[in-house]
Design a protein around this ligand. Structure first.
Ligand SMILES: Cc1cc2nc3c(=O)[nH]c(=O)nc-3n(C[C@H](O)[C@H](O)[C@H](O)COP(=O)(O)O)c2cc1C
Length: 302
């Protein structure tokens, strides 16, 4: 693998910016609503954004100086003025309206008018919520941290969440259903991802229960030329090694394995390879426990 080495400061900021937003992706999008001193509402998307604490609930987005003109943005002006924000999430249904709101209209223009989105009054802060967005966070700005003075420099806007509003239609009981929420994420350039349907997959791994890890697997599994790192991780993510009885059981009960073992005397190496290939098929079907038994059997006979 040949790696491109990039030293910030030695390439134009616009190129560095694209390396950063291309690699740190997909990013969630805060559709930030603020209000100015004349009561003019402002909405703009910010993908230098995330949640950083649940208790207290804290969201952070960064309003950057423009790379080309080194200008600050209306959102920053407004939060410096009155420290109030509503962060709205962006789903697929409003992605194009969100991009219209990202256009640099002058401060006296409301992006609600431009994007066709609907302002709804908030309960605890002056900025409006965006009706069409399925989740809104009413926030008080806790702190603004300036990261630099040149084009591309961020201003971290640290927001305490005062209240959430969640569309009942995206909820299954007390949990958000990602398929119903249908969020979009930002990649580099003009690219987005849609977080629903086939794009979503589940990986179950407890953070509290101590999984075996690669180092506790027999060398023959760690170094299998048939299994990828992801496949071996399905075994490393288990909590105990298969017992002798379990290995014996899979050997005796599984007809495919019996067939493979018929050639054990004449072609032992081939048998081991067949068992690794069979384990790979089982892993593809999420049958990690049986795959583990099969690979341990291969280790015994190898
Ligand atoms: C999806 C998306 C994400 C964006 N993320 C950021 C960001 O994280 N920081 C930023 O300064 N500008 C970001 N922008 C650009 C701003 O939305 C744009 O400069 C906007 O005009 C700022 O509006 P304002 O001046 O009303 O605050 C993003 C634009 C889009 C379309």
């Amino acid at each position: 693998m040949s790696m491109r080495v990039v030293n910030p400061g030695e390439i134009p900021t616009k190129d560095l910016h694209q390396f950063i937003v291309g690699a740190i992706a997909p990013r969630p999008i805060a559709f930030v609503s603020t209000i100015d001193e004349n009561g003019i509402p402002n909405i703009a998307p910010y993908s230098f954004f995330n949640a950083f604490s649940s208790n207290p609930p804290v969201l952070v987005f960064s309003s950057n100086r423009t790379v080309a003109g080194n200008n600050t943005k209306d959102t920053l002006h407004n939060v410096q003025l009155n420290q109030e924000v509503v962060v709205n999430v962006v789903n697929y249904e409003i992605v194009r309206q969100m991009t219209i709101a990202s256009v640099s209209y002058p401060p006296e223009v409301s992006e609600f008018d431009k994007s066709g989105l609907t302002p709804v009054e908030s309960d605890l802060v002056k900025p409006y919520r965006i009706k069409e967005s399925p989740v809104h966070f009413e926030c008080k700005v806790k702190e603004i941290i300036t990261l630099g003075e040149h084009g591309g420099a961020g201003h971290l806007v640290i927001c305490d969440v005062l209240r959430l509003h969640i569309d009942e239609n995206v909820l299954d009981g007390e949990r958000i259903n990602p398929h119903k929420l249908d969020l979009v994420g930002r990649l580099g350039r003009a690219n987005y991802v849609r977080a629903s349907g086939d794009a979503i997959f589940s990986v179950y791994q407890s953070v509290m229960d101590l999984a075996l890890g690669f180092d506790k697997l027999p060398k023959s599994i760690q170094e299998s030329s048939f299994l990828t790192g992801n496949e071996i991780a399905q075994l490393a993510g288990q909590y105990v090694l298969p017992t002798t009885e379990e290995i014996q059981a899979v050997k005796e009960s599984n007809s495919h394995i019996k067939d493979v073992l018929n050639n054990l005397e004449t072609e032992p190496q081939k048998c081991v390879e067949e068992l690794h290939k069979y384990a790979k098929q089982l892993l593809a079907k999420e049958e990690a426990k049986t795959a583990f038994d099969v690979l341990m059997l291969a280790d015994e006979i190898g």
